[in-house]
Design a protein around this ligand. Structure first.
Ligand SMILES: [Zn+2]
Length: 85
């Protein structure tokens, strides 16, 4: 059994369809995209609470939506699901 045998079907597809330069560019592009999402859903302090700027529609001193605790941001939870035990 090699690492190749343990690849997920999607990883195998990427490996079979892109050369290493394309893979490197794809990884770099996805890192940039993930950072843009994290910046959009950044933590901000609001009335003693750490909230998600985007989900709370934070405008600098008030929110247009009910404040969403940063650790309850659904987008960040989707990006970083808890590890299964
Ligand atoms: Zn959020």
């Amino acid at each position: 059994m090699s690492r190749y045998d343990d690849l997920s079907p999607r990883a195998l597809w990427w490996l079979q369809n892109l050369d290493e330069l394309d893979l490197a560019e794809s990884c770099a592009s996805y890192e940039v995209t993930l950072e843009r999402v994290r910046q959009l859903h950044r933590p901000v302090e609001h009335r003693g609470q750490t909230i998600c700027a985007e989900c709370s529609a934070w405008g600098g001193d008030s929110t247009d939506n009910p404040p969403v605790d940063h650790d309850q941001c659904g987008t960040l939870k989707a990006l970083h699901p808890p590890k299964e035990a």
